[in-house]
Design a protein around this ligand. Structure first.
Ligand SMILES: *Cc1c(COP(=O)(O)O)cnc(C)c1O
Length: 222
C-alpha cells in the first residue's frame, strides 16, 4: 500500500469529531509530501531537531504537532510555530511554554499528558497530579498557554480489553476535568488517544485526535 492510499483508508474511518495526526517522526520529507498531496495537513513529530529541519523545508501551511517528551530547554525553538503540544507532563514545562509563547507573541495550545499505561516507561501526570495541578494553578500567570484537553498512551499490549479500559478511564477523567475545572472553557475539547494498533478502540471511546505513524508510513528505522 502507498502512503496516500493508507491516509485515505484511515481518513475514511474517522468520525467527524476525530482528526488525524500523521506521525512522521523518522520518515523523510518526501514521504511527508506524499501525505500532504492527499490533503493531510497535521503532522506529529517527537524530536525537536528533526522537526525544525522539516518545518523549514516543507510547506508553511502544515500544522506541526509536538507529541513526544519535550525538554524545557528546547521549547524556545518550536514556540514560534508549533500548532499544538500534546505532551505537557510537568508544571515546569507549562511555565516554560508560557514564557516562550509570550516571547514569540502568541498563545500556544497544549494538552496535558496523563500516564494511563501500566508501564513505567511513559511520561505524564497521574490522574491525581493532574487534578491537583488544575485545582491550584493560578491561571493569570499562564496567559500565553491554553489547555485544549488531555493526551494518553495506552499500555503496549495485545490485550484489547485492557487498552479499552485505559481509554475509557481517560475519557471519563476528561469529562470530570471539564465539568469540575473548566466548565465555561470552549477551548477544552480535545482528547488525544489512539495509535496505529489501537485507534479504532480509541475512536469508540471518544478520541478527537488519533496519532498514527506506522500504519501510514510503514515501520520506522531508528
Ligand atoms: C510514535 C508515536 C505515535 C505513533 O505510533 P504508531 O504506532 O507508529 O502509530 C503516536 N503517539 C506518540 C506519542 C508517539 O511517540
Amino acid at each position: 500500500m502507498s502512503i496516500s492510499l493508507n491516509i485515505k483508508e484511515i481518513q475514511s474511518q474517522l468520525p467527524l469529531q476525530t482528526q488525524l495526526v500523521a506521525v512522521s517522526k523518522f520518515h523523510t520529507e518526501k514521504d511527508i509530501l506524499e501525505a500532504y498531496s492527499t490533503g493531510q495537513r497535521i503532522f506529529g513529530e517527537s524530536k525537536v531537531q528533526e522537526l525544525l529541519k522539516k518545518q523549514e523545508n516543507l510547506p508553511k501551511d502544515i500544522q506541526w504537532h509536538f507529541i513526544g517528551h519535550l525538554q524545557t530547554n528546547k521549547v524556545k525553538y518550536i514556540a514560534p510555530f508549533i500548532s499544538l503540544i500534546h505532551s505537557v507532563d510537568s508544571l515546569d514545562l507549562l511555565e516554560e511554554i508560557n514564557k516562550q509563547a509570550q516571547k514569540a507573541n502568541r498563545i500556544i495550545p497544549v494538552l496535558m499528558q496523563i500516564h494511563i499505561a501500566k508501564e513505567d516507561t511513559k511520561f505524564g501526570f497521574s490522574y491525581e497530579e493532574c487534578e491537583n495541578l488544575l485545582s491550584e494553578i493560578q491561571w493569570e500567570k499562564y496567559a500565553y498557554v491554553k489547555i485544549h484537553g488531555l493526551m494518553g498512551m495506552a499500555t503496549n499490549t495485545d490485550n484489547k480489553l485492557q487498552i479499552r479500559s485505559e481509554y475509557q478511564q481517560l475519557a471519563a477523567f476528561y469529562k470530570k476535568v471539564k465539568k469540575d475545572f473548566l466548565p465555561e472553557d470552549t477551548n477544552f475539547k480535545e482528547l488525544s488517544m489512539g495509535m496505529s494498533d489501537d485507534y479504532q478502540i480509541a475512536i469508540e471511546e471518544g478520541s478527537t485526535f488519533v496519532r498514527i505513524g506506522s500504519s501510514i508510513f510503514g515501520a520506522r528505522t531508528y
